[in-house]
Design a protein around this ligand. Structure first.
Ligand code: XBP
Ligand code: MG
Length: 281
């Protein structure tokens, strides 16, 4: 006779095995578009200059600062080391908010000017998922107004209807690598994590998604290539296009040129059966 624990495992495995891929939840910065180096970084620097600060975040410095997620949090982290007296003033929170608001406005101008496009394969994959009825959502630390600019510039009128749920910015208190934004999105969608896949580009993003129980595909960029993505379902150079192959970097291999829905279904099935096996172990 099976022990209670083994029976529970069989029930869990049975339920998990029946879970087909129903939704894909996308990160934004670095995943949908390469926004960090020539978008957010430039906007931060221009805002600093307009605020009379002699701060200049180089490409390399910004790469280190990406470990701190969220623009306000990143400014606070930097100020605490470079000019702590600014944070000791009674109006420091208002000052920080105003600085970040200016940064966000400058970022929106850069995006609206068309200087930042979607990454290779993103439009193709989103279109394919949408046509197949796979539900789409966003889980990001980015400020909603910045996200809005990127979506409008990239998708025009379709922007509003493409993503069913958008979890962005301060919708949760604890930003990535905390799982909170993914929990929030899953709750809005009324879906269990095992019915979804997350697509991320960074370590904090992967930590957030996996801590929420989501199998996670990593698509690296110049800031995140070489990261230690242990625990990711698969790591690829980008989403690829037919005839312009993406490279498989770790985890489950990419079978064709590009990440498409059949490939996501194969990886998802694998993740669900691995998860079920783990619960038995
Ligand atoms: C990446 C981030 C963001 C941006 C700045 O977010 O860390 O904070 O660098 O955004 P994700 P804001 O990859 O989760 O989309 O200045 O708007 O906060
Ligand atoms: Mg990201």
């Amino acid at each position: 006779m099976l022990s209670d624990q083994a029976t529970d495992c069989r029930v869990t495995m049975h339920r998990s095995a029946g879970l087909a891929l129903q939704a894909v939840i996308f990160d934004v910065d670095g995943t949908l578009a390469d926004t960090e180096r020539d978008g957010h970084r430039v906007a931060f620097n221009r805002a600093f200059a307009q605020f009379g600060l002699d701060w200049e975040w180089s490409v390399a410095t910004y790469g280190e600062l990406l470990a701190v997620t969220g623009g306000k949090e990143r400014i606070r982290h930097f100020a605490a080391r470079r000019a702590p007296e600014l944070l000791e003033r009674p109006d420091s929170e208002a000052w920080l908010l105003a600085l970040h608001q200016l940064k966000s406005a400058i970022y929106a101008q850069l995006v609206n000017a068309g200087s930042i496009g979607l990454r290779r394969g993103v439009a193709r994959l989103l279109g394919e998922l949408c046509r197949a009825g796979v539900r789409l959502a966003i889980a990001t630390t980015t400020t909603p107004s910045s996200l809005h600019s990127l979506l409008q510039t990239s998708f025009g009128e379709r922007a509003e209807s493409l993503f069913e749920v958008i979890g962005a910015g301060d919708v949760v208190v604890h930003k990535k690598p905390a799982p909170d934004v993914y929990h929030w999105v899953l709750n809005e969608m009324k879906l269990p994590p095992a019915a979804c896949l997350a697509v991320e580009d960074s370590l904090p993003g992967m930590q957030a998604a996996t801590a929420a129980g989501l199998p996670t595909l990593i698509t690296v960029n110049s800031y995140t290539a070489g990261g230690d993505f242990v625990g990711a379902l698969s790591v690829v150079s980008d989403l690829g296009e037919p005839g312009a192959a993406a490279r498989s970097l770790a985890g489950q291999p990419l079978a064709g040129d590009c990440v498409d829905l059949p490939q996501l279904r194969v990886w998802h099935r694998q993740a669900v059966s691995d998860g079920a096996a783990c619960q038995l172990a």
